[in-house]
Design a binder for this molecule. Structure first.
Ligand SMILES: [Zn+2]
Length: 208
């Protein structure tokens, strides 16, 4: 297989990219200056060694250090964040979107997916074991006060929330932790990925 076909196949593995779009990327690269291609190759080369996953929130991040100590992303590792609250989101992009609003200073937990209605084994679809582990640990250290749900306002989002809420309530005395939700109704389908600063700020302030 030649390089263009191989690249097309590799691009097709990107989320949401079909064969036509993949081919378009390849043609774009063929036209582009070698300087751009060198930058791309260099960035990919670096990613090969630095793509790590945070032990606390499960976000992927770039880390050049070679040590094997507990891996924490810059958010979980920061001393200026409020460790008494964490926000449960579906995916990495949600974290990026919330961070961009600059109106939240707590921590995060990325579920890594959503649970469709009537699923028999929801624990296999999201990081529920990791989440309960994290809650246990935070309670032991007397850190956790509030868990904020920031899941999509859809059937999947609601099913996921119900399942996670039920599981949390089973493991912790509910008086110890406040479970809250971002306010809805500002826009009927609040999708974190596309939320603007004011909408998010208002949804956070009016959570309940
Ligand atoms: Zn993290």
């Amino acid at each position: 297989m030649n390089a263009t076909d191989r690249l097309t196949e590799l691009f097709m593995r990107f989320p949401g990219i079909g064969p036509k779009q993949a081919r378009r990327f390849v043609y774009f690269l063929l036209r582009e200056h070698s300087h751009y291609k060198e930058q791309l190759i260099k960035a990919l080369e670096e990613l090969k060694f630095t793509g790590k996953q945070c032990d606390m929130c499960f976000r992927f991040f770039g880390d050049k250090s070679q040590n094997n100590k507990k891996l924490l992303c810059d958010i979980c590792d920061s001393e200026s964040r409020d460790v008494s609250v964490f926000m449960i989101v579906e995916k990495e992009l949600d974290v990026d979107a919330v961070e961009k609003t600059g109106s939240y200073d707590g921590l995060y937990f990325i579920l890594g997916g959503l649970v469709p209605p009537l699923t028999e084994k929801p624990s296999e679809l999201i990081r529920i074991r990791e989440l309960t582990g994290r809650i246990h640990k935070a309670l032991e250290e007397e850190k956790l006060i509030e868990v904020i749900f920031a899941l999509p306002v859809t059937d999947y989002g609601d099913t996921t929330k119900e399942y996670v809420e039920k599981t949390i309530k089973q493991i912790v005395g509910i008086e110890k932790v406040t479970l809250s939700n971002l306010a809805r109704g500002l826009s009927s389908g609040l999708e974190l990925e596309y939320v603007d600063r004011d909408t998010f700020k208002s949804a956070l302030e009016h959570r309940g």
